[in-house]
Write a protein that binds this ligand. Structure first.
Ligand code: GCO
Length: 452
């Protein structure tokens, strides 16, 4: 890669390039057309839960601006768009009647994408559980697993023939750990044993949904998306190495091992002790359904110090506006490790991107730091592929600035700038770079140009 962020590697012709979003972060229309409340609607009302006191009531108003947004996506020249369905929009209380008005929105969206030549990649659960199910115990209640399977089947029945893929869960670690252990995300519970039980139910719901969708002949590719931030010891000391291993067992292997090897990692079970989840006979067989793909969300590495003393950036790596290290080689290393330890499944980068403080002047955003971040990570993917990893696609997080959970609207991840007052969208330089990069890839693929 040179200083213009030109990438020399040519990716395979069927490599899927995309952009990603999620329902709660962009849709708004929180109470329209019969939509039910979600745990994020509720969490936003908890004083102090969201840094800027904001909520998802309007967000990017995508519910009303979807057609123009799809035109914008088409303009980028991507192959695919990854979005999530709001469960309470299509089934307001998580059980009982389906909300046809809500489903109609996703009908328009899916057809609108196909008309524009873009493949719809659906995520079923990007954290917005219907509040009515939370009132019955939420993911800590094993019954919720069955409600999720019903939801998955209905979406499969309606969209399975048109969607490129259906992902069961986005980042179950976040749901379990931030939602139920640290309490920093919805539903804001602080109970480690409950968090462990929630993680088990999420995995079980994933496996049961895959099994049920396949039984019904769902044509879409089926998989799960995990946030896999690889762990590194802060120093060479034995304590730090041990701490990094335990952290890896909680962060990565906790979700990978049950799916691929039929068990939870012993290091994490030992650490949990009495807080370990209750597993019923047969659960692991259900969880271990074959995946058509594994989605990976990669932002940064995790550096682990036994004494908790490590400071991000202390080894000279740049930080994003989230305070996360820019560490692209971690992505190459992660992909190669997955290829080695969990072989046979195609890997997709389903999220990668960065928040930086943007300045907009006359509709222009010169976000050189974000462009560089994306280019370096695409290059990191190419490096892993050259060393044998099987990677099927890459998606930028995010299409546009949006509601960044507990950080509200203060952190901007978009390659498109959103003015929340006017809802005007402006392509940042990173979006223009991505568009030009994809144009060049297409030319290289069709042999119309020679690599530089
Ligand atoms: C995620 C989330 C996104 C976040 C992004 C940046 O899956 O973690 O999908 O919703 O906005 O990760 O923090």
């Amino acid at each position: 890669m040179n200083s213009n962020n030109d990438i020399d590697s040519t990716f395979p012709p069927d490599f899927l390039w995309g952009v990603a979003t999620s329902a709660f972060q962009i849709e708004g229309a929180a109470a329209e057309d019969g939509k039910g409340r979600s745990i994020w609607d509720d969490f936003c009302r908890v004083p102090g839960a969201i840094v800027d006191g904001s909520n998802g009531d309007v967000a990017c108003d995508h519910y009303h601006r979807w057609a123009a947004d799809l035109d914008m996506i088409k303009g980028l020249g991507v192959d695919a768009y990854r979005f999530s369905i709001s469960w309470p929009r299509v089934r307001p209380t998580g059980e009982g009647a389906w909300n046809e008005a809500g489903l109609a929105f996703y009908e328009k969206l899916v057809d609108g994408l196909i008309e524009r030549g873009i493949k719809p990649c659906i995520t079923l659960y990007h954290w917005d559980l219907p509040s009515a199910l939370q009132a019955k115990g939420g993911w800590a209640n094993r019954e919720t697993v069955h409600r999720f399977v019903e939801y998955a089947l209905e979406i499969g029945r309606r969209f399975g023939d048109r969607a490129e893929s259906i992902t069961t869960h986005n980042e179950p670690w976040i749901v379990a750990t931030l939602g139920h252990e640290t309490g920093t995300f919805a539903p804001g519970i602080k109970n480690r044993a409950m968090a462990a039980q929630v993680s088990h139910h999420l995995l079980l719901s994933h496996g049961l949904a895959l099994q049920a969708l396949r039984e019904r002949g769902c044509k879409a590719q089926l998989g799960i998306v995990l946030n896999l931030s690889p762990t590194y010891p802060a120093t060479d000391s034995a304590e730090d190495h041990k701490a990094a291993k335990v952290a890896d067992a909680h962060l990565l292997r906790w979700y990978l091992d049950p799916i691929f090897h039929g068990r939870y990692p012993q290091e994490a079970l030992d650490d949990l002790g009495a807080d370990a989840p209750k597993v019923e006979p047969g659960d692991f067989a259900l969880i271990g359904q074959k995946l058509d793909y594994l989605g990976i969300n990669y932002y940064s590495r995790s550096v682990i110090s036994a004494k908790g003393q490590w400071k991000a950036g202390s080894q000279g790596h740049a930080l994003t506006d989230m305070g996360w290290e820019v560490y692209p080689q971690g992505l190459t290393e992660l992909l190669l490790r997955l290829h080695r330890d969990y072989p046979g499944v195609p890997l997709y980068i389903t999220e990668n991107g960065a928040a930086f403080k943007d300045q907009i002047t006359n509709g222009l955003v010169h976000d050189a730091d974000r462009t560089r971040y994306i280019a370096e990570h695409i290059e990191a993917v190419a490096q892993a592929m050259k060393q044998g990893a099987r990677i099927g696609g890459y998606m930028v997080w995010s299409l546009m600035d949006n509601f960044e959970w507990a950080s509200g609207y203060e952190k901007r991840f978009g390659i498109v700038h959103v003015d929340y007052e006017s809802q005007a969208r402006h392509l940042k330089d990173s979006a223009r770079w991505y568009r030009d990069f994809l144009k060049r890839q297409r030319m290289l693929r069709s042999g119309a140009a020679q690599p530089a």
